[in-house]
Design a protein around this ligand. Structure first.
Ligand SMILES: [Fe+2]
Length: 238
């Protein structure tokens, strides 16, 4: 099981407070069946400190590989769009997922071997954006796609305009975005009210991922539960 969104790095954002909590979360992830984990600290005010986050990641990964060698750990960021606009899109290349993934194929590769790896980028949209803000948001996404990224939209079930109009989420999927549900939708989510829109969009086949978005140990338990119950609704190309 691949968890593409977790705040497991110690002391760099509002996730794990210290090493002890990071390791407790790692144990919980292992228990939940996670085999691949992308650590995604917040690229958003007031947390973003690239150098500190990379240093925390390197130290964490070294220790985590000894503790749970079966989990492949890599680095990404959860990039808030407003922050990205502020710091500049030239930052994107430092903020996408560390390891490119092979492109999804309909069948086995034949003939020419092309470099078709996918560079993923986890993007958080402003929660309270209105529907008429979405054309501008979509232009930003197109810009990232033009830079070669596969844009993954973090927890659209929390975004007010999407809660009111699922068509906005469908439009993001039609643009080539992948949508990621955060497992805590099961219990309402951090901002409350996520359960109903998430279930609706899952059943409509709009999501490609369920991730833990874990800030504490308990998020891994709810993630495992959400995965067991709802992963059957994820888009088939994965
Ligand atoms: Fe997050």
């Amino acid at each position: 099981m691949r968890d593409i969104h977790t705040h497991i790095l110690p002391g760099v954002d509002d996730g794990a407070k210290d090493e002890a909590e990071s390791f407790a979360m790692l144990d919980a992830a292992a228990n939940a069946g996670v085999t691949e984990m992308v650590c995604t600290p917040h690229c958003r005010e007031p947390y973003f400190n690239y150098d500190a986050m990379v240093a925390a990641y390197r130290a964490f990964r070294a220790a985590a590989q000894k503790r749970h060698p079966q989990i492949a750990i890599s680095l990404g960021f959860e990039v808030n769009l407003l922050t990205l606009r502020k710091i500049g899109f030239q930052w994107a290349e430092k903020l996408g997922f560390e390891k490119p993934r092979p492109a999804r194929r309909l069948g086995p590769a034949r003939g020419l071997e092309l470099d078709d790896s996918v560079h993923e980028f986890l993007l958080e949209l402003p929660v309270d954006a209105e529907s008429n803000d979405y054309p501008r948001i979509e232009r930003a996404i197109f810009a990232l796609q033009g830079m070669g990224y596969e844009v993954i939209i973090a927890h659209p079930e929390r975004y007010l305009a999407i809660r009111e109009d699922m068509g906005l989420a469908r439009q993001l999927v039609d643009m080539g975005c992948r949508l990621q549900a955060s497992g805590d939708f099961l219990t309402g989510g951090r901002l409350k009210g996520s359960r109903r829109p998430a279930k609706k969009m899952l059943k409509a086949g709009l999501y490609s991922y369920i991730a833990s978005d874990a800030h504490t140990v308990k998020h891994y338990r709810v993630f495992a539960k959400a995965w067991r119950k709802y992963s059957k609704y994820l888009r088939a190309e994965l």
